[in-house]
Write a protein that binds this ligand. Structure first.
Ligand code: PEP
Length: 259
């Protein structure tokens, strides 16, 4: 049994235009409904591209869907001369609950630093969004056995300034970069090891009661076939799913990992 409500989150990345996105979300909602999914027991969220958010909002509101949604990134600024950036203010108005911060693809392809992640987390909070902070090591760091130190440094760099209540509501996704989109999955023991280390670090920065409330997800080639095993770890509170979230039935099966 979980003390924390598990969160199954689907990162669509740069896939699904707004027409495809609506079809995917509709099918996901129907599949979960057919299976009598209890949304209070296992929370389900999707992270579509920015350009799908308005359509997702319309569908969620029109059909009263219990699926939550968020964006894959946000600006650390609120408005102004920042061509191409998207403000947390806009995301909040589109009904987003969550926003990813520091996904490894943002860090690698756009040079996002821990300091920028901290600023983006602050921006998310200014607009009532819950950040899903992504952390995790690359293959070389893992092979050198430095994955825990590396990941905790990313964590500290991004959450250092937060008060206890913000830490408690935060979602942290541990995503070893070598496992993202590669079919290579971290073992359930690896996922649990890092989730426990992240929780211990948050307890150190704040206190154990606060850290006991933070949800910590695993991400990296998660799918229906490995979801239950990954979620056995007592500190693993959910999954951030990329590729497998683009198939409504597969993603719904992941959300129904207990069955
Ligand atoms: C991700 O990018 O967040 C991810 C976990 O991708 P995948 O599931 O495809 O490895």
């Amino acid at each position: 049994s979980f003390d924390r409500t598990p969160l199954i989150a689907g990162n669509w990345k740069m896939n699904m235009d707004h027409v495809q996105g609506i079809a995917l979300l509709q099918k996901l909602a129907w599949t979960l409904d057919d299976a009598k999914h209890d949304h209070d027991r296992v929370e389900v969220a999707v992270f579509p591209p920015f350009t799908d958010l308005r359509s997702v909002q319309s569908l969620v509101e029109a059909d009263g869907l219990r699926v939550r949604y968020g964006a894959q990134d946000l600006s650390d600024k609120d408005s102004g001369a920042y061509t191409g950036d998207v403000s947390g203010q806009f995301l909040a108005r589109l009904g987003c609950t969550y926003v990813l911060v520091g996904h490894s693809e943002r860090r690698t392809l756009h040079g996002e630093t821990d300091a920028l992640c901290a600023a983006k987390i602050a921006a998310a909070h200014r607009h009532g969004l819950v950040p899903v902070l992504c952390v995790g090591e690359g293959l070389e760091v893992r092979q050198a056995g430095e994955h825990v130190g590396h990941t905790l440094e990313q964590l500290r760099g991004a959450v250092a300034g937060l008060d206890a209540e913000r830490v408690a509501e935060l979602v942290v996704a541990y995503e070893p970069v070598w496992a993202i989109g590669t079919g290579e999955v971290a073992g359930p023991e690896d996922a649990q090891e890092m989730a426990a280390a992240i929780r211990a670090e948050l307890a150190d920065l704040h206190d154990a009661r606060t850290a006991a409330r933070t949800r910590i997800l695993y991400g990296g080639s998660a799918k229906a076939a490995n979801a239950a095993a990954l979620l056995k770890g007592r500190d693993v509170d959910g999954l951030l799913v990329g590729g497998a979230s683009l198939d409504a039935e597969e993603f719904a099966s992941i959300a129904r990992f207990e069955q």
